[in-house]
Design a protein around this ligand. Structure first.
Ligand code: SF4
Length: 408
């Protein structure tokens, strides 16, 4: 069974007004009755997710959303959630009712999809009842392609799946590590097993780096920070690259000879899922912080806080030590990212390993939109420990940006 994490799958949102058959269509897509379907408008409240293999494309997550015409105070909250889901998705299926003409909120939704440049497909459901001529005319006038289906008799569903598989955006993000190493290169990964490490397993950036290095036919050596020197001594040749957990950067920086390239998992993640160049720009803001400035520390999951937790304890401590300022630090966890980002002077975000690339990009975009500098945990930690120039060295564009912001 494919156990690919949700954060590594393409997300497809089923959107539209209430009672057009979004939930029925998602059930047909999956081939099982996951989502409750009812004639009563507004049955779907919170977004419902289901992972599946969409052949021949591959692993995806389908998300059923509440209608964008939901009503009442709760309805407004659901609409806000739906809009957020749309902004974090990679593709949308806008479901219409074959019996109706395009409603104003559906036209607004089409405009919104265009504005945020989200690829989508319009699906006309209930085709077994015939299709409203005015709806066809309107779609024609707007030059919008569509696919018609009937969730009642299943007509058009298989063809829709094939079409969606064809239209889905490909994963065009940067690699984690495969562009830095080649076949038979040795890459050393430094993985501290301290109190903060999860019991009995490695974390996602470590696992994904190992997998990508193995896919490149490189040789992977994994050692704890305490064993790093011994590991390097046992190698006949210098490794091509050392990658360390950011929290061990000081010790590793001292242990790894200058001629061996060194970076951190956080920097790899920043390239892969975030925006390394934007984070480097964000570093400048750390030294500009003043007393009473507000810093947001955002974690994308809500893991159990450790005694010396990285987000809650260590980063606030290092930040106060580094800036020598009396800062107001706000910490948020989970998938709820604050809306009023403008009140913050700096955002320090975790690596976002449980978020999709699109979700992470949306968060960065939101920060940029209101002009608040953003940086991720590991990039900030390496900076505050004086190791950023070395950790950026394997990435020429990042070093260029670092030099540009330092000498302008
Ligand atoms: S806090 Fe962020 S980087 Fe750490 S495990 Fe959670 S999502 Fe991943």
């Amino acid at each position: 069974m494919n156990k690919l994490a949700q954060s590594e799958r393409i997300h497809i949102a089923f959107i539209g007004t209430r009672n057009v058959g979004k939930s029925s269509l998602m059930n047909k897509f999956i081939g099982q009755d996951l989502v409750i379907v009812s004639e009563i408008p507004g049955t779907t409240t919170d977004p419902v997710k289901k992972a599946m293999e969409l052949l021949p494309f591959g692993p995806v997550v389908l998300i059923d959303t509440a209608g964008i015409d939901d009503i009442g105070e709760l309805g407004e909250k659901r609409i806000t959630k739906t809009i957020k889901t749309i902004s974090e998705s990679d593709f949308a299926l806008l479901v219409l009712d074959s019996q109706n003409n395009l409603a104003t909120n559906e036209i607004d939704l089409l405009k919104h999809l265009k504005e945020i440049e989200l690829p989508y497909l319009v699906v006309i459901n209930k085709s077994d009842l015939g299709i409203n001529y005015e709806l066809l005319e309107k779609l024609n006038e707007l030059k919008i392609a569509f696919h018609s289906v009937s969730c009642s008799n299943g007509n058009g569903i298989n063809q829709l799946k094939e079409k969606v598989a064809d239209l889905l955006p490909s994963d065009d993000g940067a690699p984690l590590v495969s562009d830095l190493i080649k076949q038979h290169d040795v890459i050393v990964l430094v993985v501290p097993i301290d109190l903060g490490a999860p019991k009995g397993r490695l974390i996602m950036p470590q696992v994904n780096t190992i997998r990508e290095a193995l896919d490149t036919d490189a040789i992977v050596v994994v050692a704890k920070d305490k064993e790093l020197r011994a590991a390097l001594d046992k190698l006949n040749n210098q490794p091509k690259l050392v990658v360390t957990d950011s929290q061990a950067i000081m010790r590793v920086n001292a242990d790894v000879p200058d001629e061996i390239p060194l970076t951190t998992f956080s920097i790899l993640m920043a390239r892969y899922k975030g925006d390394l160049i934007e984070y480097i720009r964000g570093l400048k803001q750390i030294d500009k912080l003043e007393n009473n400035d507000k810093v947001l520390i955002a974690e994308a999951c809500s893991h159990h806080a450790q005694e010396d937790d990285i987000g809650k304890i260590k980063i606030p401590r290092w930040l106060r030590l580094h800036t020598k300022k009396n800062l107001e630090i706000v910490i948020v966890n989970g998938h709820d990212y604050p809306e009023n980002l403008i009140q913050y002077n700096l955002i320090i975000h975790c690596g976002g390993c449980t978020l999709t690339r699109k979700m992470m990009q949306t968060r960065i975009k939101q920060a940029k939109y209101v002009g608040v500098p953003i940086v991720n945990y590991g990039v900030a930690i390496s900076y505050m420990h004086g190791a950023i120039p070395r950790a950026l060295k394997p990435f020429p564009d990042a070093i260029d940006e670092w030099e540009r912001i330092n000498y302008q």
